[in-house]
Design a protein around this ligand. Structure first.
Ligand SMILES: NC(=O)c1ccc[n+]([C@@H]2O[C@H](COP(=O)([O-])OP(=O)(O)OC[C@H]3O[C@@H](n4cnc5c(N)ncnc54)[C@H](O)[C@@H]3O)[C@@H](O)[C@H]2O)c1
Length: 326
């Protein structure tokens, strides 16, 4: 297929692009490079520096490259930043997303895989959370993703735009070429690895009095390669229908203390931790059920062992101690 990947120079997008190319698809990457890295896009993909808000250029790109489907990953995705700058999140994640849909409708591209988030659920009433459970985001990031998902539902009904929306929690791990390099970094696994590498003094743990096995928050961590395959498998469904799927690594997740302990084991370093107060809006436990995508698409995660996930991130960081070359 000829596939456009928005945000394809970002952490997860670059791995999706890599896997699409490996599977023989033709790939066009569109990214404004505000948070992504030009060097992360494989040479076999066509790269276009473009902002989602530029509807006319998007239309021209979709026409010229005869794109058949879009994987939409471009977004702002930091919870804390979204609380401070909701306008930025509404503009980029909602207005930018609608601009993409306008361009798609104008060029008759009617297949979209959307990288949503499990933040649409807010503080789930039960665990593991399922797709039909209530959505009640607790921050603008989750809310803007849900607003876009809701638009997709109505665009499907009115215009026949088929979509698959993938809701997941913490992406982690790396391939040989592509890894996580954000500035600022807010995700726990790259942070603990930065501490192990001597680039930070300690890991700050937000709260150790939660009702979990060791008092620290419990989360699901999913390998970027498993995420990439889910996005690609979801493309195959779009000839038939639209769907919403949770993606989860399986098992019952890992606490922050367990993540740190495994990182100590994998790196052989001490990784000092400092325990501070809880962060507002952090639920004790966040894990989702992936039964629906397992049943409907046959997807299941290949990397369930956090040691392997952290090991792959460590290998990438050791090979790229200063991140990407741009
Ligand atoms: N990282 C996670 O743990 C996680 C979890 C759940 C969902 N997601 C979703 O997955 C997607 C990718 O996340 P990531 O961690 O790779 O983020 P990222 O910031 O590394 O990648 C996003 C990319 O989109 C680009 N971008 C942003 N706004 C754009 C715009 N208006 N026009 C063009 N390009 C734009 C950025 O430059 C960046 O390269 C996001 O949509 C995010 O909401 C991520």
């Amino acid at each position: 297929m000829r596939v456009l990947v928005t945000g394809g120079a970002g952490y997860i997008g670059s791995v999706v692009v890599e896997q699409l190319i490996r599977d023989g698809h033709q790939v066009v990457v569109c990214d404004n490079l505000v948070k992504g890295h030009r060097a992360s896009a494989p040479p076999a993909a066509e790269f276009v520096q473009l902002d989602l808000l530029d509807t006319n250029s998007l239309k021209a790109l979709l026409n010229e490259t005869r794109i058949e489907a879009v994987i939409h990953m471009a977004a702002d995705s930091l919870v804390g930043e979204s609380v401070q700058q909701p306008a930025r999140y509404y503009r980029n994640n909602v207005v930018g997303g609608l601009s993409l849909l306008d361009a798609m409708l104008a060029t008759n591209v009617l297949r979209l895989v959307f990288s949503s988030t499990a933040a649409v659920y807010g503080e789930p009433a039960k665990q593991p959370v399922e797709e039909d459970d209530p959505t009640a985001p607790t921050n603008p990031y989750g809310q803007t993703k849900l607003t876009f998902e809701n638009a997709l539902k109505w665009y499907d009904l009115a215009y026949g735009l088929r979509y698959a929306s993938l809701r997941y929690f913490n992406a982690a791990g790396a391939t040989e070429r592509c890894g996580e390099w954000h500035d600022p970094e807010t995700h726990v696994i790259p942070i603990v690895l930065q501490v192990a590498a001597g680039k930070r003094r300690e890991v700050e743990v937000y709260g150790d009095d939660y009702p979990t096995r060791d008092g620290t928050c419990l989360r699901d961590y999913i390998h970027v390669i498993d995420l990439a395959y889910a996005h690609i498998m979801a493309l195959g469904l779009l000839n038939e229908r639209s769907a919403i799927f949770n993606l989860c690594c399986g098992g019952d997740g890992y606490t922050v203390n367990e993540v740190i302990a495994i990182a100590r084991e994998v790196t052989g370093k001490q990784i000092p931790a400092r325990y501070g107060p809880r962060r507002p809006g952090d639920p004790a436990v966040l894990v989702a059920s992936s039964e629906r995508i397992k049943r409907d698409l046959g997807w299941s995660p290949q990397y369930q062992d956090l040691r392997k996930i952290i090991g792959s991130a460590l290998n990438w960081l050791q090979a790229h101690p200063d991140g990407y070359e741009d």
